[in-house]
Design a protein around this ligand. Structure first.
Ligand SMILES: Cc1cc2nc3c(=O)[nH]c(=O)nc-3n(C[C@H](O)[C@H](O)[C@H](O)COP(=O)(O)OP(=O)(O)OC[C@H]3O[C@@H](n4cnc5c(N)ncnc54)[C@H](O)[C@@H]3O)c2cc1C
Length: 410
């Protein structure tokens, strides 16, 4: 049995470890286009801000490959997948045949459409190489522009602020974190950023960059000219599936997988940011591109590939971040469209110092936004994750002192 894994991230390495735990003899080839052993991608922002050294990034040492008898093919990109021939082709033309394939290629930063993108000092924020380049550009840089008001945009902005740059955040939606939180929460966060003197511009995007050799200014589609000498593009990600033949393997936002992480082709599995699996809260397939889900999916895909049937319960979106004095937590289907057949209870808001929005489908809790008083997030998550039917008035969950004991008593 030859197992081939595309992607040397957390999903890929967890799969390799799970396979080896069940199959001591099968061949495992791990292909990754970054030339390093797996590392903590979320922690690259800590390296940018200077709170962690670069050396802390690896999550496995290079010895892992020999210990687990894995053949690493690093610094090589898969450019083609032949489903009928059971092989993948690397960028140098070499073909690697497989019996079972795992696609764990993660996600690519979402590109933007603007002139002048080839100027120096314009970076994405996805890999340790991106952060290394940003750090190399710091001497002489004073004004940074961060595009995107999501998690990655925030982490980049924070890191550059900590490095002493003045930072402008440019957000195309009307408020930050618009994919995760509703308008009330978004404005609470936006006000807090502005109160702290951060330069945040909402509802606008960059149409062009200007400069001689390196970036010196950005032009926005509403006519502003923003001087800058360093730009970070952190406008979300999209599954890295350019080599996947869409006429042979079913895809939507990502590669569609069933509850055993198998794609529409029996011998091919997918896991991590590239996979679109059942979202527990939404009740449909969705890409939840977060570390813990990539880790779990990789491990479960590996077990299934090696012949032990293990079901994946589905993914759940969850984020926690601190923005100045605001603790922000989102869970599940936190920000559904207004016409979704769901019931939403809200309390707090701008001027109150806290906000809570809970989303219900019938008697099930399916989503939550908490700003401050997030201590009960664990209980709420358990209710969503386990699909616990609520036989009590849902309003009980809005009280800031509810807990498991009170729920059980009720
Ligand atoms: C700055 C930042 C902060 C983050 N913070 C958080 C956080 O706080 N919490 C959280 O839960 N998540 C966070 N994430 C998301 C988290 O890092 C991802 O969900 C996780 O890394 C996904 O793991 P993966 O193995 O699916 O993909 P990846 O980590 O992307 O690994 C995939 C690997 O496959 C390689 N690859 C891609 N295409 C090919 C190809 N064609 N051929 C060969 N190799 C290929 C890639 O280069 C990469 O090395 C953050 C991400 C970033 C960028």
């Amino acid at each position: 049995m030859h197992y081939v894994i595309i992607g040397n991230g957390i999903a890929g390495i967890n799969a390799a470890e799970a396979i080896r735990a069940l199959d001591p003899d099968g061949r495992i080839t791990l292909i990754g286009d970054e030339s390093f052993p797996p590392y903590s991608r979320p922690m690259i922002s800590n390296v940018l801000e200077g709170s962690q050294p670069h050396e802390r990034l690896p999550i496995r040492g290079t010895a892992i490959y020999s210990e687990l008898k894995i053949t690493p093919v690093l610094g090589q990109r898969v450019v083609r997948l032949d489903v009928d021939g059971n092989w993948v082709e690397l960028i140098d033309g070499v073909r690697v045949a497989f019996d079972r394939l795992l696609i764990a290629s993660g996600a690519d930063p979402r590109p933007i459409n603007a002139d002048g993108l080839d100027l120096a000092n314009i970076f994405f924020m996805r890999t340790q190489a991106h952060v290394k380049s940003q750090l190399e550009a710091l001497p002489g840089a004073h004004r940074a522009l961060v595009l995107g008001g999501g998690l990655v945009g925030f982490k980049a902005a924070y890191g550059l602020l900590r490095r002493g740059l003045s930072v402008t955040m440019l957000i195309s939606s009307d408020y930050p974190l618009s994919l995760q939180v509703d308008e009330t929460a978004g404005h609470l966060i936006l006000n807090r950023l502005l109160d702290h003197g951060l330069d945040v511009r909402v509802g606008t995007s960059v149409s062009a960059f200007e400069g001689t050799g390196r970036v010196q200014a950005a032009l926005t589609d509403d006519g502003q000219r923003l001087a800058c000498d360093l730009v970070v593009i952190g406008k979300g990600v999209r599954p890295a599936q350019s080599f996947v033949p869409r006429d042979r393997i079913e895809t939507d936002m990502g590669i569609l997988v069933d509850d055993h992480l198998q794609t529409s082709v029996d011998t091919i599995y997918a896991a991590g940011d590239v996979a679109e699996s059942i979202d527990i809260a939404r009740g449909c397939r969705w890409v939840n591109a977060i570390w813990p889900e990539a880790a779990a999916q990789g491990r479960i895909a590996g077990f299934n590939m090696a012949g032990r049937a293990v079901a994946y319960p589905g993914s759940l979106s969850r984020n926690v971040m601190r923005i100045y004095d605001l603790d922000v937590m989102t869970l599940g289907y936190a920000n559904p469209p207004a016409d979704a057949p769901l019931r939403i209870l809200r309390s707090g808001g701008v001027g109150k110092g806290f906000y809570r929005s809970l989303v219900f489908r019938g008697n099930l809790l399916v989503g939550a936004i908490l700003i401050n008083h997030i201590e009960q997030g664990g209980v709420l998550r358990a209710l969503i994750e386990n699909g616990v039917p609520l036989d009590i008035d849902p309003a009980a969950l809005m009280a800031s002192d509810f807990n498991f004991a009170k729920l059980l008593a009720a």
